[in-house]
Design a protein around this ligand. Sequence first.
Ligand SMILES: [Fe+2]
Ligand SMILES: [Fe+2]
Length: 177
Amino acid sequence: MANDSEQRKYDISVIRPQMRAEDVCLRREAIEPVKLKEIKKALQAFHTLETMAANIYKFQITKEPSELNRQFIAAMCNEMTHLQDFQVKLYEYGFRPSIFRIAYWMVGFVFGFGSRILGKRAMLKTGIWVESKAVKHYAELLRNVEWDEQSRKMIEKDQADEDGHISRWRNLLGKIN
Ligand SMILES: [Fe+2]
Ligand SMILES: [Fe+2]
């Protein structure tokens, strides 16, 4: 998990932060080719990961008017925000999403739908497992890539959101034990 101070730095109750048209900016210029390559790899990885995450929650939601479903809908919305965040970043840097993301869409569907069939505990455990992997991956890419200030803040906020998901699912899992 990201450290506590990082979690406190960002308001994770905001699942879709405001973005203005002027916030979009072209970031490719004056970046060395080696660094651009690293940024591309990292952004494509984030984007594919978020494609999977959004799908997991989407396919875990059922028609039942329960608190769990309400939380899954909020998580899905949050992951869709992350997906948008990285899609915008990719184009700002002059890149495109990876064509392999379709495979991760499928993985997300399999994890989401598969765990839904197995029940609440399996759904929450799947969420905790996937989000824990994501937080670690975020930490690695935050550490290893030289981000501009604005992008770094966005990535840190998204990482704090993933941490928030883990806490939420752990909490709910404790209640159904
Ligand atoms: Fe996410
Ligand atoms: Fe998440």
